[in-house]
Every structure is written in structure tokens, then in C-alpha cells.
Design a protein around this ligand. Structure first.
Ligand code: AKG
Length: 265
């Protein structure tokens, strides 16, 4: 079956990743690439990004709180700024995603997560698949592109190598005011790898790869634009149960109080 992207001619007929990079992704569940796009495009994307988080008429449903109101996230930024898809970053990410997932790959969304300067908020360890329909099998990845250099100081991505081979582990809500999830038992995180990147570089990670970002202790915003891709999901013979997706799911008992923003943990 020919994928929608391929059939529509939207996929560049280029294969930017090397065989070694594709093999690294298959083995480790993540990959860092130094460049999706140019410095000039990053600069124009920064302006669009800052508009999205300030003056853009973003619908309430597309404003998501990952950790109280301290970690603002915008879903579907490309609905408000369609030019985000008319970029080299998008084309390159798409071509790479097709290489990693296969020809049935389709784009499944875009979002943006901003960490303000001096934000003492982690994005806790989690697997993206914990958010999704437990009755279906997913074959998906995310592309995380910083619009300034990403470092451990400002909250670059960190991954647990090989964790894409794990099942979806137990998660819970970060806190009562949050729509974000965190891993309950972090013992699966044994030897995390931090992935500092230049602006316009990117990490790719599988839907089950355990990942995390730290606080932004720098004096500049940490802007990340995230592209998601997947092959069509399929119904499972035996659906899983994710208690953390129920409306009465208990929040993390040790969650920080949102009123303590900026104070040390
Ligand atoms: O940018 C962040 O803080 C976290 C990003 C993330 O969890 C993701 O892209 O799946």
C-alpha cells in the first residue's frame, strides 16, 4: 500500500538519513540529527513561534497545560501559522520520518512547548504512547526541533536508550492541575543520554522511548517545535487498560505546587 504522503507527492524523494543513522534509531529508539534547516529559516520560525505564544488567536482547546500553567503548550500551531509546513524543516523531517517509519507514514500533528527563562519545571520521564488509545497498536515517532541551541542547562531532550522495546509502563497525571503524564516508577531509566542540539537540529524518538527534559535555567526562552508522524494504527485483539486516562485518575501525590514557580525543588 502506498502511503498518503507518498501518493500525494508531498514527500521529497530524498533519503537524508544514512544507513548508520537508521540502524541507530532502530536499535536505540532515538536519533539526533544536526540539521533539519538553515539558520535563516530558524530565525523566521522564532518570530512565528513568539507570535503564537503572545498575540495569535489560539483556541482554548489548543492551549494545553503540561504542568499547571507553568509549561505552556500550543497544539496545532500550523492551523494558526500554515507557513510552518512550507518550510525546509518540515520537508526534511517528513523525509526522515518516512525513512524511519516506512512508506505508510502520515503527519499526525504539530505542537510547540515553551519553557520560559528560569522555569524550574521538568517535563518528567514518560512515553508518548501512554497518552494514546490503548485499544490500538501504534507505530509512530516525534521530531523535536529547538529554535535556539538546546543544552542540558535549558532543557534539551534526554532519552533512555532501548526503552522503545518496553511495553507502555504505568503513568499518572503530573498533578491535579495538569494534563501531562509522568512515569510512576523511574527505575527503567538507568543510563539516560542527553542530546544537546544546535538551533534547527532535531531529535527523533519512538512513541515508546522514555524521554525527559529538564528545567530551563538559562536567561532565554527554550522554544521547541514538535512534528509527529505515524503509520495508520490498528485495533488490538486484546485492548490494554490505562487507568491514568480515566477522569478519576489520581494525580501524583508529590507534585509541586504551581504557586512555587521559580523556587528550587
Ligand atoms: O519539550 C519538552 O519539554 C518535552 C517534549 C516531549 O515530551 C515530546 O516531544 O514528546
Amino acid at each position: 500500500m502506498i502511503g498518503l504522503l507518498v501518493a500525494s507527492g508531498a514527500v521529497p524523494d530524498t533519503f537524508p538519513l544514512t544507513e548508520t543513522e537508521v540502524a541507530h534509531y532502530a536499535e536505540q529508539g532515538f536519533l539526533a540529527v544536526g540539521r533539519l534547516t538553515s539558520a535563516a529559516e530558524v530565525e523566521s520560525l522564532q518570530a512565528v513561534y513568539d507570535w503564537l505564544f503572545s498575540d495569535a488567536p489560539v483556541a482554548e482547546d489548543d492551549r494545553i497545560a503540561l504542568s499547571g500553567d507553568r509549561l505552556p503548550q500550543i497544539l496545532n500551531p500550523d492551523h494558526y501559522a500554515p507557513e510552518l509546513r512550507a518550510t525546509e524543516a518540515w520537508r526534511t523531517a517528513t523525509a526522515m520520518a518516512v525513512q524511519l517509519l516506512g512508506p505508510e507514514t502520515v503527519p499526525t500533528g504539530m505542537h510547540a512547548i515553551r519553557k520560559a527563562p528560569g522555569t524550574d519545571v521538568e517535563t518528567p520521564w514518560h512515553q508518548d504512547e501512554a497518552y494514546w488509545d490503548p485499544a490500538r497498536a501504534h507505530h509512530a515517532l516525534s521530531v523535536w526541533m529547538p529554535l535556539q541551541p538546546a543544552t542540558r542547562e535549558n532543557g534539551c531532550m534526554e532519552f533512555q536508550p532501548g526503552s522503545h522495546a518496553l511495553p507502555v509502563l504505568e503513568h499518572r497525571l503530573i498533578d491535579a492541575a495538569s494534563q501531562g503524564l509522568e512515569l510512576v516508577d523511574p527505575s527503567a531509566v538507568t543510563d539516560p543520554v542527553a542530546c544537546p542540539l544546535p538551533a534547527g537540529g532535531a531529535t527523533f524518538h519512538d512513541a515508546r522511548t522514555l524521554h525527559y527534559t529538564g528545567p530551563n535555567l538559562s536567561d532565554a526562552p527554550r522554544r521547541a517545535l514538535i512534528f509527529s508522524f505515524a503509520c495508520p494504527s490498528e485495533p488490538l485483539d486484546e485492548p490494554r487498560d490505562y487507568p491514568w486516562q480515566r477522569s478519576d485518575a489520581p494525580p501524583c501525590p508529590t507534585a509541586p505546587d504551581p504557586s512555587t514557580e521559580g523556587s528550587p525543588r
